[in-house]
Ligand binder design. Structure first.
Ligand code: NAD
Length: 338
């Protein structure tokens, strides 16, 4: 039986990746600094470890006298644009430490195959209508944010260790990924989850706030497509970074419309000032296409899976808050009056 270590397994994409690896017959150890908030982990074993610490990385990688066949590194201090712009130091400090120690220890311990989750945030801003950018065009580099710089550095560090230690390095640059069981509240949520939450919170005909003017262009990749891409790439011979993303580009305004349609609500948007990120995106997917990968889930189909899950979370949170308020009122009534 093949063995895999999945780092960041208490998070969104790695949580789904563990399920994929289990369905492929792997024995899987999941590691994260916290347990998954929204799902029971499918991993055979789950360890809570801080991967910024070399000792945490060594414990994660130790498997008796054996070595993991495959390591998938998806742990990162990350979130949506609001978080990325407000927590630059935390991102650069924490994520770089995770990657420095994971790569160094994995290579020294003889891991044969190592996957790293990079991001299309490594690319510069684009104008709408610009020709597709290939992976090689990330350099000369000018990422829009520090999160992108950290990813570029970690990509290069992994490649250097891969060359020196003969560890096969596989690097994916993810487009925005969305789906159920991802962060949907608390400030780290990304645009699709935040939009679903806001639409779920208002009544039909209500108004939500969104950052920018609605014209920024993105593509959104459903999580089942993403984990299929990760798995294919990991088992391929493709060296260097590989973009993984759906070719369907939409404006933020169109994203809101897609969510409103699935929710069956008329939604007004008040566009407000906020950290929008880059204006446009348009990347070549030719490298991942060369492996036969194609996104199979359209934005509408993906939102139709994601919105009901977030709506149920919003309802559950509302019920919990109402329960806590009622319990508080009861407790207050029970306090003997002086
Ligand atoms: P996520 O936040 O849900 O998962 C990341 C996990 O890493 C979290 O569970 C977190 O607790 C864990 N982690 C953070 N610090 C840790 C530490 N010190 N030790 C151990 N674990 C730690 O994020 P995600 O959306 O699942 O992203 C997974 C990977 O994909 C990340 O590397 C991210 O940068 C990359 N990525 C994601 C997207 C996206 O749209 N979601 C896009 C591009 C790249």
């Amino acid at each position: 039986m093949k063995t895999a270590l999945v780092c960041g397994a208490g998070g969104f994409i790695a949580g789904h990746l563990v399920k994929k690896l289990k369905s492929e017959g792997y024995w899987v150890r999941g590691v994260d600094i916290k347990r998954h908030e929204y799902a029971q982990s499918a991993a055979d074993e789950f360890k809570v470890l801080d991967l910024r610490e070399p000792a945490g990385c060594r414990e994660a990688l130790t498997l008796g006298s054996a070595t993991f066949d495959e390591v998938y590194q998806l742990a990162a201090d990350m979130g949506g644009m609001g978080f990325i712009h407000s927590a630059e130091c935390e991102i650069m400090h924490n994520s770089v430490l995770i990657n420095v120690h994971m790569i160094d220890n994995a290579a020294r311990m003889g891991v044969p195959r190592y996957f790293y989750s990079s991001s299309v945030c490594v690319y510069r801003d684009m104008r709408p209508g610009e020709p597709e950018m290939t992976e090689a065009q990330a350099v000369p580099a000018n990422p829009d944010n520090e999160y992108g710089w950290e990813k570029l550095y970690s990509e290069r560090m992994l490649q250097a260790y891969g060359r020196k230690y003969g560890m096969k390095a596989r690097i994916a640059r993810f487009q925005n990924c969305y789906g159920p069981e991802g962060t949907w509240t608390g400030g780290r949520e990304k645009a699709p989850a935040a939009t679903c939450r806001k639409v779920a919170e208002v009544a039909d005909g209500g108004t939500i706030q969104a950052w920018g003017d609605g014209t920024a262009v993105r593509s959104y990749t459903y999580v089942s497509d993403m984990v299929r891409g990760i798995y294919l790439l990991m088992h391929s011979d493709l060296e260097g970074a590989v973009n993984i993303g759906a070719p369907e580009y939409v404006s933020v305004k169109e994203l809101v419309e897609a969510v409103a349609e699935v929710a069956g609500k008329r939604i007004n948007v008040e566009w407000v000032k906020g950290p929008v990120g880059v204006q446009s995106r348009n990347f070549s997917n030719e490298r991942i296409y060369s492996l036969g990968w194609r996104a199979q889930v359209s934005l509408k189909e993906g939102i139709a899976q994601t919105y009901p899950w977030i709506e149920s979370q919003v309802r559950a949170q509302g019920a919990e808050a109402a329960g806590a308020e009622a319990a508080g009122a009861e407790a207050a009534q029970a306090v003997p009056q002086a």
